[in-house]
Design a protein around this ligand. Structure first.
Ligand code: 3HC
Length: 291
């Protein structure tokens, strides 16, 4: 099957990042949100980021126009009927994804692969609500999508080899390096990331070091681009807590248990960068603000 037209469901941070990457790599993309305001915001964010690349001299203005012309913002789910491949990147909620996939299953051509960008919901569980579990796969991108080189592919219980191969090929054509995982909680990357971030939070809670020293330890000692506390703020503390619970409940291993301090920050509404406060404080534009 030749893939030319993508349908991306969800124009938030991840969906817009996926759409930007795909239009930059020559794909026609229908980017769908539930209402005009959300879809326009997603499309505007993409245009702003492309404009930044033009300002930095990394993209020519003419090329930018050609890239933008491949983006088709829409509120219509029916547009998925024209797609060769679907990527879902809506809110991380099983019921919402289940309802969406049931509808997409009825709209998309039978040969079309349905992929989910979920970081934590079992692929097999979502595949089972469709009549095409062999053409269902996890396609987990990393934030910020245009910059992060990895895509984590997860095969559900009944995912066919042809689906994996087609999605590997698509991932490479998006300029990314794919890895493949079985469908167990957290897949590969969050299985490693969650205990690491939790240990940093527990260390902070015990007063082992300041938040700055813990983050510097990982940045300068392990060559990570962000320290674990900074990264947790970037991912969203509510999101991190949700993923911890998925791993803890799914694998029954205390090393994934959410630290009390993480739960407390989320209870207080301190979700990290997106709410202006987490382990650190942030300005509206996302830059760090001194306490
Ligand atoms: N969207 C698009 N591009 C972005 C961006 C965004 N939101 N944020 C930064 N960039 C680009 C910049 O434009 C810049 O591009 P250039 O090199 O072409 O000029 C480049 O990224 C570097 O940005 P900056 O110079 O502004 O800043 P940094 O050098 O500090 O890099 C960072 C920013 C890329 C975010 C870097 O700190 C980083 O890699 N952090 C770690 C990110 C990470 O680990 N992500 C994975 C999170 S886990 C996840 O997503 C999975 C989920 O399931 C939890």
């Amino acid at each position: 099957m030749t893939i030319k037209q993508l349908f991306v469901a969800g124009a938030g941070l991840m969906g817009a990042g996926i759409a930007q990457t795909a239009i930059s790599c020559g794909y026609e993309v229908s980017l769908r949100e539930v209402d005009e305001a959300l879809v326009n915001r997603g499309a505007e964010n993409i245009k702003k980021r492309l404009e930044n690349l033009v300002q930095k001299g990394k993209l020519e203005a003419g090329q930018r126009d050609a890239v933008v012309a491949r983006l088709h913002p829409t509120t219509s789910l029916e547009a998925a009927g024209r797609a060769d491949f679907v990527i879902e990147a809506i809110t991380e909620n099983f019921e919402a994804k289940r309802d969406l996939f049931k509808r997409l299953d009825g709209i998309c051509r039978p040969d079309v692969i349905l992929a989910s960008n979920t970081s934590s919901i079992p692929i097999t569980r979502m595949a089972a609500v469709t009549k095409r579990p062999e053409r269902f796969i996890g396609m987990h991108f990393f934030n910020p999508v245009p910059v992060m080189p990895l895509i984590e592919l997860t095969r559900g219980r009944d995912t066919a080899d042809e689906t994996v191969n087609a999605t590997l090929e698509l991932s490479r054509s998006l300029g990314k390096t794919p890895i493949t995982s079985l469908d167990y909680p957290g897949f590969i990357v969050n299985r490693m990331l969650v205990p690491f971030v939790n240990e940093a939070i527990n260390a902070l809670m015990q007063g082992l070091g300041s938040r700055e020293d813990i983050d510097q330890g990982a940045k300068l000692g392990l060559h990570h681009p962000m320290g674990p506390l900074e990264l947790a703020d970037f991912v969203g503390l509510d999101t991190h807590l949700y993923i911890c619970n998925v791993l803890y409940e799914g694998l029954h291993d205390p090393k994934f248990a959410p630290p009390a301090l993480l739960q407390q920050l989320v209870d207080a509404g301190h979700f990290g960068r997106k709410s202006g406060r987490g382990f650190y404080r942030y300005r509206q534009d996302g830059s760090r603000q001194p306490d």
